[in-house]
Design a protein around this ligand. Structure first.
Ligand SMILES: Nc1nc2c(ncn2[C@@H]2O[C@H](COP(=O)(O)OP(=O)(O)OP(=O)(O)O)[C@@H](O)[C@H]2O)c(=O)[nH]1
Ligand SMILES: [Mg+2]
Length: 224
């Protein structure tokens, strides 16, 4: 979080994390396509020829939230391939919130779990308590065969600390719901820790409404 009172700007860093090929870059592409062009900047990607993320992707979003304040969201995705662990730690630094993108296929269950454990380890390595990090989980690729059922996801959701979202990122389904959930959780923690409303006068509920209306929430983008 960076608060620049002179410029009346609050900057939040949100990181899309998860195993290789789970759809992190696809989420950012969909957000870039679906969010208001007034709010969204250029999507920066640094990938190999085969589209695998090499370092990170970054999508900047800027939203006026009233009283002259602007919220800047910087959405990052990490590279999922195993060899990029050091890069993931680097991208995770100073993250305010994390969306964990899992692959819904049964065959990917252990890969998801391993990546989730490594995320916790990487946060601790960076001196961050994972339990205090605002986090949401997205089960992506709901259009594929042999995926974990809705009932299974409900059971996982009931047991976990993180809210669960379902998505087909390539079609943009569920992507905005995931982002809204992540922003809401991140803001809640920020409000508790920083007392933005009392200290700086940024009204939480009005800001969330401004952000959500700028990012949009049309019925055709509904979760699968
Ligand atoms: N069928 C289906 N394919 C998807 C979905 N989301 C992503 N993909 C495909 O999965 C592949 C990987 O997607 P990416 O978004 O590049 O995955 P990533 O997580 O950024 O991968 P890394 O950068 O290597 O970590 C691409 O071929 C996407 O088109 C989905 O919801 N359904
Ligand atoms: Mg990628």
């Amino acid at each position: 979080m960076r608060l620049d009172l002179a410029a009346k700007e609050l900057t939040l860093k949100l990181v899309y994390y998860g195993p290789a090929l789970s759809g992190k870059t696809s989420n950012l592409r969909a957000i870039h396509r679906l969010a208001s062009s007034e709010a969204c900047g250029q999507l920066m990607t640094l990938a190999m020829k085969n589209e695998r993320t090499l370092f990170f992707d970054m999508l900047p979003i800027a939203i006026a939230v009233g009283d002259g304040f602007r919220v800047r969201l910087k959405l990052f995705s990490v590279p999922g391939q195993l060899m990029h662990e050091a890069t993931r730690r680097l991208v995770l630094q100073a993250a305010d919130g994390i969306a964990f993108i899992a692959d819904s296929r049964r065959s990917e269950a252990s890969t998801n779990r391993e990546s989730f454990l490594r995320l916790h380890r990487n946060l601790r390595h960076n001196g961050v308590d994972p339990a205090r990090m605002p986090m949401v989980v997205q089960f992506n690729k709901r259009d594929l065969e042999d995926i974990r059922s809705d009932e299974e996801l409900e059971t996982i959701g009931a047991r976990s600390h993180e809210p669960i979202y379902k998505a087909v990122a390539t079609r943009g389904h569920g992507v905005m719901q995931t982002l809204h959930g992540l922003i809401r959780k991140t803001w809640l923690k920020l409000e508790t820790d920083q007392h933005l409303e009392d200290r700086v006068g940024i009204n939480a509920s009005r800001s969330m409404r401004a952000i959500e209306s700028m990012l949009g929430n049309r019925p055709e983008w509904q979760a699968p």
